[in-house]
Write a protein that binds this ligand. Structure first.
Ligand code: DX5
Ligand code: ZN
Length: 221
């Protein structure tokens, strides 16, 4: 069975002074999703952008909007992110005391529910909720900043997570976020990744459209 990774450029690395241009570039490209990083300066040591910017992005974006919340107490904003156009809403395991309840609340709004794990968080912690999760986002850098280098231990986590998904008969997608380039994209897909987020590798490229096409090609197995 042939497989091709879903490519999700991270808008965090776009040129915010030319946001419409960059969104339209992604629309035109072979990218599948928009990855949107929301940081609150508390859960992570950085603040990205908030609701008005997502509203502006949503006006132009013609593909799936994949929102990655790096915020404490994300339950407060589930309805807000639905109203702003999120198709997938991902919360951090480390930020949710009642993860099962949060996942149900996201799905009740008609969104796909994702859970992100920091590099130090073991995938086995998701064993009891895996059938309730549409997407697991494995952080392959410490969340907070774009442009960091990929943590090699991620491959092992992908394989362990894949085993949990298969054993439970779940259909959860595995997303890799941080430090993705043309050097690791194929190996990540072979290990079991379904979605690759790429920020600086795409937006700092001389030709982002060709770079996205290349990522699609090298992740076709
Ligand atoms: C990091 C964010 C990532 C980031 C990826 O906290 O969650 O989505 O934008 O950027 P790159 O691809 O540059 O590592
Ligand atoms: Zn992200």
């Amino acid at each position: 069975m042939s497989k091709q990774a879903i490519i999700a450029p991270s808008v965090l690395a776009a040129d915010f002074a030319n946001l419409q241009r960059d969104i339209e570039m992604i629309n035109t490209s072979q990218a599948d999703w928009f990855h949107i990083d929301i940081m609150d300066g508390v859960f992570v040591p950085n603040i990205s952008f908030g609701m008005p910017v997502l509203e502006a992005i949503n006006k132009h974006a013609k593909k799936t909007i994949d929102v990655h919340l790096m915020i404490v107490d994300p339950d407060r904003y589930i309805k807000t992110f639905k109203a702003l156009g999120s198709d997938i809403l991902t919360v951090h395991y480390e930020a949710c005391t009642h993860l099962h309840r949060t996942l149900q609340a996201i799905k009740a709004e008609g969104m796909k529910a994702g859970v992100a794990l920091n590099p130090h968080t073991n995938v086995s912690l998701l064993e009891d909720v895996i059938n309730d999760i549409d997407l697991v986002c494995l952080m392959s850098v410490n969340p907070g900043f774009g442009g960091q280098s990929f943590i090699e231990n991620t491959y092992k986590k992908i394989r362990q997570l894949k085993e949990i998904i298969t054993r439970n008969g779940a259909s959860t997608l595995i997303e890799i976020d941080g430090g993705v380039t043309d050097k690791n994209a194929k190996q990540l897909t072979e290990a079991g990744a379904d979605v690759l987020v790429a920020g600086s590798f795409v937006f700092r490229a001389e030709d982002p459209i060709a770079t996205i096409a290349d990522l699609k090609k090298i992740t076709t197995l």
